[in-house]
Design a protein around this ligand. Structure first.
Ligand code: NAP
Length: 260
C-alpha cells in the first residue's frame, strides 16, 4: 500500500486535455490539490468541470504558455498562493505538428523545442524553490518513445525535443538530489487522446496493429505511472525513464507480431 498523495499540491502543465487531463484526474481522485495549466482558457474550464465530478481534492486552473519563462514563473507562484506550496510537478505540455525535415523552417523547430524542451526546463526551474521546501519534491516529465527510442517520419523536431527532455533530466536529477527532489520521465507509446484522434482513423488502426497488446494506451495508464513516480515509495528513483506502451517498442520486425 503506497502512502496517499491526499492533500499534496500538484501542477500539471498541458492539463486541459489528453494525457495531462488524465494525469490530473488520477491525482485529484486520490485527493491531491491539482492546478492544471494550458494556453486556452475555455479548454481549461471544460476540463475543470469534467474533473470536478470525480474530485477528491481541489482542481484549479490557470492560463500559462510554458514556452514563455515568465509564464512558468507565474504558474509556480499561482500554485504556491492557492495551495501553499508545490509537491509534484507533472511537466506534460507538448505539441506534435508534423513536418518533413526537408520542409522544416526555423519557426517550426522553435515552436516544438520552445514548448516541449524549453517549456519543460523552465517549468521545472520555476518550481524548484517550492519543490525543495516540500522536502519530497517530485518532477514527472511526459517524454515519448518517439525520439529516445523510435522514430516516425515528419517528427524529427518532435523526436529531438522528447530525447532532449531525457538528456535534461539526467543532469537535473544529479543537481536536484541534494534538494531531495526526484525527476523521472514517462515515455508513452500511442495513447488515445483528442490530440491523437486528429491524426485520423487510418493512423490509429495502423498503430493498434503494431502494439502487442493490440490497443492504444489510456490516459489513466500514464496517470498511474505518474502517480507511482510521485509516491513517497519511489523516492529512491531519480533520473530514470519508464516506457508505458503495451509492448510497442518490442517487436524486432512486423513478423514478430504475426500469428499472436
Ligand atoms: P494534447 O491532447 O494535444 O494536449 C496537449 C496539452 O498541452 C493541452 O492541454 C494543450 O493546451 C497543452 N499545451 C500545448 N502547448 C502548450 C504550451 N505552450 N503551454 C502550455 N500548455 C500547452 O496532447 P497529448 O497527446 O495529451 O500530449 C501530452 C504530452 O504527452 C505531450 O508532451 C506529448 O508529447 C506526450 N505524448 C503523447 C502521446 C500520445 O499518444 N498522445 C505519446 C507520447 C507522448 P493548449 O493548446 O490550450 O495550450
Amino acid at each position: 500500500m503506497f502512502t496517499p498523495v491526499k492533500g499534496r499540491s500538484v501542477i500539471v502543465t498541458g492539463g486541459s486535455k489528453g494525457i495531462g487531463k488524465g494525469i490530473a484526474g488520477v491525482f485529484v481522485r486520490e485527493g491531491a490539490n491539482v492546478l492544471i495549466a494550458a494556453r486556452d482558457e475555455g479548454m481549461l474550464s471544460a476540463a475543470a468541470e469534467e474533473l470536478a465530478a470525480a474530485a477528491g481534492g481541489k482542481l484549479e486552473t490557470t492560463v500559462a504558455d510554458v514556452s514563455r519563462v515568465e509564464d512558468c514563473r507565474r504558474l509556480a507562484q499561482t500554485a504556491v498562493e492557492r495551495f501553499g506550496g508545490i509537491d509534484i510537478l507533472c511537466a506534460n505540455a507538448g505539441v506534435f505538428p508534423d513536418k518533413p525535415l526537408a520542409e522544416m523552417t526555423e519557426a517550426d523547430v522553435d515552436a516544438v523545442l520552445g514548448c516541449n524542451l524549453k517549456g519543460t526546463m523552465f517549468s521545472v526551474q520555476a518550481c524548484l524553490p517550492a519543490l525543495e521546501a516540500s522536502g519530497r519534491g517530485r518532477v514527472v516529465v511526459t517524454s515519448s518513445i518517439t525520439g529516445p527510442i523510435t522514430g516516425f517520419p515528419g517528427w524529427s523536431h518532435y523526436g529531438a525535443s522528447k530525447a532532449g527532455q531525457i538528456g535534461f533530466l539526467r543532469t537535473a536529477a544529479i543537481e536536484l538530489a541534494p534538494r531531495k527532489i526526484t525527476i523521472n520521465a514517462i515515455m508513452p507509446g500511442n495513447i488515445a487522446t483528442e490530440g491523437l484522434a486528429d491524426l485520423g482513423d487510418e493512423y490509429i488502426r495502423g498503430m493498434e496493429a503494431a502494439i502487442p497488446q493490440r490497443r492504444l494506451g489510456s490516459v489513466d495508464d500514464i496517470g498511474n505511472a505518474a502517480l507511482f513516480f510521485a509516491s513517497d515509495e519511489a523516492g529512491y528513483i531519480t533520473g530514470q525513464t519508464l516506457v508505458v506502451d503495451g509492448g510497442q517498442v518490442l517487436p524486432e520486425s512486423p513478423a514478430a507480431l504475426e500469428g499472436i
